[in-house]
Ligand binder design. Sequence first.
Ligand code: SF4
Ligand code: SF4
Length: 279
Amino acid sequence: MKIAVLSGKGGAGKTTVATNLALSLPGVQLFDADVEEPNAHLFINPHFGDRIESVRRNVPVIDPDQCDPCPTCVQFCQFNALAKFGKRIVVYAEACHSCGGCKQVCTSNAISEIEREVGVLRWDENISGIEFWQGELSVGEESSVPVIRALIQHVDDRKIAILDAPPGTACPAVEVASESDFCLLVAEPTPFGLHDLQMTVETIEPLQKPCGLVINRSQGDADRAIEAYARDRQIPVLFKLPFDRSIAELYARGIPLVERDPSWKPRFRELFDRIRSLR
Ligand code: SF4
Ligand code: SF4
């Protein structure tokens, strides 16, 4: 079972939920798919050692001796990864999405491809009972999707996999959501939190995945607006983390809540049971 933990913005509590849920369940895989800024390791403290896997993809190379330059490939590329300067075609490899289309449309055989490293994966097979994987996008790369795809390939279908998704509603978050069996949404009960939740729900709705809501920094009456929205969209509120200074302090010090106060573990296990019942 693959659970994507999603939020419309950073700082909503996604990593808190993902790491504490992982630490409360036996034999899970935890994937930090927030590859532009992975931070789950701060709470899990893995030992990666020399375990590193390069993530590569193909990008075009233009042979100036074969090139007209017509420039059919420039017109074809939807990602502005090719440009014509005078008689020269320039490749912006960071923007290339490796679709291979430019090579196909070039009738002069002027385009070949080379592999380019766009990121790496690191992992620890057993840290506090968790198999932990982390993706890291190389500095300057525009698209994190290839690194996320490489990361998700390591999901073991026999295990529970918790995927800490990138924040936001762009392609990287959708990639994680589309690969999951369940979308666990994390939001704060504020006007901004509600707005970000609405955007996330609208983004993942076409995927038709079962989903549930965790309210982070929950505060009694302040939850009403977000609860009303969830009710309206038939999204069950599965869990609440209270607005509590001591929880914020633990987060700031990189200490998982369930480690400092193990009484939270059964509550996170209940959260998992509710997820499983909704799947
Ligand atoms: S399509 Fe081929 S020949 Fe035309 S500009 Fe691109 S590389 Fe050059
Ligand atoms: S492979 Fe696709 S994305 Fe990359 S430069 Fe060619 S057309 Fe553009």
